[in-house]
Design a protein around this ligand. Structure first.
Ligand SMILES: Cc1cc2nc3c(=O)[nH]c(=O)nc-3n(C[C@H](O)[C@H](O)[C@H](O)COP(=O)(O)OP(=O)(O)OC[C@H]3O[C@@H](n4cnc5c(N)ncnc54)[C@H](O)[C@@H]3O)c2cc1C
Length: 249
């Protein structure tokens, strides 16, 4: 199977449990993650009475404007990314501060049925797609043949799980960057903002940029106040990109 879009699933979002002894005078619509960040921010000045009568979203807008991004670190969101390539995740995992990752292992998992992600630049060009498909399916056939041969060569290894791992870890060397993978990514809202700013920009590689724009839409739905200063637009290269107003809060 060939993927032309990432699949993004929200696995976890904050659940805010308000302490009865420190109630906040909430105003306006908000989600648990946003309330958690507001609660943390208000604790610093013990301003739970909300003297400026700010809605949660106005309060967080001001936090972003002032660059007090540390209160955004309390809200964590876990996403399952599927239909993304190994080359995308290789770039993604460079984002370290505030992120946790768990990715499908090519040493343990049999890739003889692996799927592939079509590079966005060649989608829709029949000749390029045909050439690319021939290469990736050829590479997969080479992988299957290598695993078979290595399983025979390592027949003396009694532990079958270990033998398979030895065969797969060597054979995966012929699999392309376009091989589909799955990864669980947990990040706090500040970390997500930094990653989305860098990877949704026009300078980013097309697949990770497409994924970042899709993640931005998902997270902006989860917690509008954390991402309201991002603007998604159609770039000169006729693809979506996003830009931010409050750089690196
Ligand atoms: C368009 C583009 C092209 C790229 N090209 C290349 C390339 O050719 N080769 C390559 O190797 N990488 C490349 N990268 C990856 C880039 O160098 C970063 O590794 C990646 O963007 C993660 O950025 P970051 O370190 O700021 O993020 P994070 O790890 O998420 O860190 C966020 C912020 O936390 C702070 N921080 C994090 N860790 C530390 C630390 N250890 N010490 C001090 N402060 C810290 C910094 O302020 C940092 O900006 C590219 C990235 C982009 C967006």
């Amino acid at each position: 199977m060939f993927h032309t879009e990432p699949r993004i699933t929200v696995l976890s979002r904050p659940h805010f449990a308000e302490p009865a002894h420190l109630p906040v005078q909430w105003m306006g619509e908000s989600t648990d993650g946003e309330r958690l960040a507001e609660f943390a921010g208000r604790l610093c000045y013990m301003s739970q009475k909300n003297p400026a009568s700010r809605t949660t979203r106005d309060y967080l807008e001001n936090i972003k404007k002032q660059g007090h991004g540390s209160v955004l670190e309390h809200a964590n969101y876990s996403l399952l990314l599927e239909g993304v390539s190994r080359s995308l995740t290789h770039e993604l995992v460079r984002h370290r501060a505030g992120f946790a990752y768990s990715q499908l292992s090519q040493r343990y998992v049999d890739e003889s049925q692996a799927e592939f992600v079509v590079p966005p630049a060649i989608i829709g060009d029949a000749a390029l797609e045909g050439a690319w498909k021939a290469q990736v399916t050829g590479a997969q056939a080479a992988y299957v043949a290598l695993v078979d041969e290595l399983m025979t060569r390592y027949a003396w290894v009694d532990d079958k799980v270990h033998r398979r791992k030895m065969a797969r870890e060597a054979a995966r060397g012929v699999l392309p960057n376009s091989t589909e993978t799955k990864i669980v990514v947990t990040g706090n809202a500040r970390a997500w903002r930094t990653m989305l700013e860098l990877r949704s920009s026009e300078a980013a590689e097309l697949e990770i940029r497409r994924c970042a724009v899709a993640v931005l839409r998902v997270l902006a739905h989860e917690a509008p106040a954390f991402f309201s200063d991002f603007e998604i637009y159609q770039a000169a290269d006729r693809r979506e990109a996003a830009r931010i107003s409050f750089h690196k809060v």
